[in-house]
Each structure stands twice: as C-alpha cells, then as structure tokens.
Design a protein around this ligand. Structure first.
Ligand SMILES: Nc1ncnc2c1ncn2[C@@H]1O[C@H](COP(=O)(O)OP(=O)(O)OP(=O)(O)O)[C@@H](O)[C@H]1O
Length: 236
C-alpha cells in the first residue's frame, strides 16, 4: 500500500488553476522529491497533504486516511516554505511548548536533544522573532522533527541555511526512517535527499521515476538539471 496517494486532484484559486488533475503515489519509506518550476503547484500540493487546504476535486490519502485528520496529524510533520515559530518565545520555549503539545513524555529533555542535534545552544535563550532567517529555519526544522514523525512533508527545507547547517540537516534527514516528500526547485537538493522524483508543471505530473532513470534520459555528460528543464519546457 502507498503511504501518500493523490488521484486526479484539482485546486483552483479564483481564475488560477493551481492543480490540474495531479496524481502520484509515494510508497512507505519512500524518499521522493517534488520538482517543478515556480508556480507549478508544489506548495499547493504540500498544503493539501498537510490538511491545511481542501482540494476542489480528486482523492487524497495519507496512510489510507484523510489529510488533516487527528490520526494523520499525529504521525505527519509539515515544514512550510516560510515557517514561523512563535516569535515571542525563545528557541528553548518553542521546543518545550511544541513537545508538550505533541504529548512527548519529557518535553524539557526532548527540547535539549533537539538543541544539541541542531547546534542551537548559542541562541537557545533568544526569542524566535529575533533570530536570523537561517536560525529560524533551523528552529523550524527542529520543531518538525520533535516527535519523530513517520511522514515528513518538507517545502524547501534547506532554504536560508548556511553550508555547514545544510550538511548537518542532510545527515539528520538521511538517518531517519520516515517517508518523505521534499518540495524543491533545486535539483542538487533533490539529489542529496531523495532517490525518486516527481516532476510537475502547470499543476500536473509530467514525469516520475528514480533518479537513476532520470539520469539515463540525458545525453552523455548532460547535467541532470538540463534533462529536468527539458521535461518542464516540453510539458508547457
Ligand atoms: N492562496 C492563493 N491564492 C491565489 N492564488 C494562489 C494561492 N496559492 C497559490 N496560488 C497560485 O497557484 C499557483 C501554484 O502555486 P504554488 O505556490 O503551489 O506553486 P509552487 O510550485 O510552490 O511555486 P514556487 O516554486 O514559486 O514556490 C500559482 O499560480 C500561484 O500564484
């Protein structure tokens, strides 16, 4: 059985069709990238899977359940494109608060683990609203990983991070056994974090397969970005 399944999903915002019959599946423990140009519908797809917005038509299932249901919320974590932790709480307070909300048995201990995992000791007493954009992203990632989610929806997870932190986050994510769907328009991130890609353009899937298959579609020495770019352009 697939962990994530979308069948013929449509979503319109007024006269704009964001999703135009999108269908794809992600198996359990799959590491999939959702690739597409600006405006292709990546964030809309992620928000629907997170249960934040409803599709106009089509079927969406997460572990056979409805997105946004209590059971799904318990096992899924969603990192939006521009996450905002509670600005007036410090880094540590944010972590303790969300750990308590998630029903984690020892919130203080878990907060400590996350501070150490993401190297945040230096600014653990700083209010989230006063952090640099990159450190806010680091805290947001820690908040997403707090409850060891079975399913991770990550929208541009490495945005704003410096290179050492990117490497640390890549190591952390690669060490998890979760199912993940990573939305990005940066091919190198897809290559580092995932082994399958779903290429979308104008709200529809234009290609899906493994990264090995994707590479084999290119001419000799052709960069993988160029192969993906051709797919997106031909789809237009
Ligand atoms: N709340 C909204 N109201 C109106 N239009 C919207 C809304 N959300 C998304 N759209 C439109 O839907 C289309 C898909 O947007 P979406 O944010 O899903 O694309 P994306 O692939 O994530 O793009 P990007 O890479 O630029 O973040 C775009 O044309 C966008 O302008």
């Amino acid at each position: 059985m697939d962990c994530i399944k979308l069948s013929n999903v449509f979503k319109r915002f007024g006269s704009v069709t964001a999703l135009n019959g999108i269908s794809f599946e992600v198996p359990y423990n799959g590491r999939y990238a959702l690739l597409g140009p600006n405006g292709a519908g990546k964030s809309t797809t992620m928000k629907i899977l997170a249960g934040l917005i409803q599709p106009d038509d089509g079927r969406v299932e997460v572990k056979g359940l409805k997105p946004g249901s209590k059971e799904v919320k318990r096992i899924l974590a969603y990192l939006p494109e521009d996450p905002v932790p509670y600005r007036i709480l410090t880094v540590r307070e944010n972590l303790e608060y969300f750990a308590a909300l998630r029903g984690i048995p020892n919130p203080k201990e878990r907060a400590e683990e996350m501070i150490s995992l993401l190297n945040m000791t230096e600014f653990e007493r700083v209010q989230a609203g006063k952090l640099s954009r990159g450190n806010q992203q680091r805290l947001s990632l820690a908040l997403v990983l707090l409850h060891n989610p079975e399913i991770l929806l990550l929208d541009e997870p490495l945005n704003y991070l410096d290179i050492p932190t990117q490497e640390r986050v890549i190591d952390i994510l690669k060490g998890l056994n979760s199912t993940f769907l990573v939305s990005t328009h940066i091919m190198s991130i897809a290559l580092r974090l995932t082994d399958h890609v779903i290429v979308i353009s104008r709200g529809k899937v234009v290609w899906t397969g493994s990264i090995t298959e994707l590479r084999s579609l290119g001419r000799e020495d052709e960069p993988i970005e160029s192969v993906v770019s051709r797919m997106m352009t031909n789809a237009g």
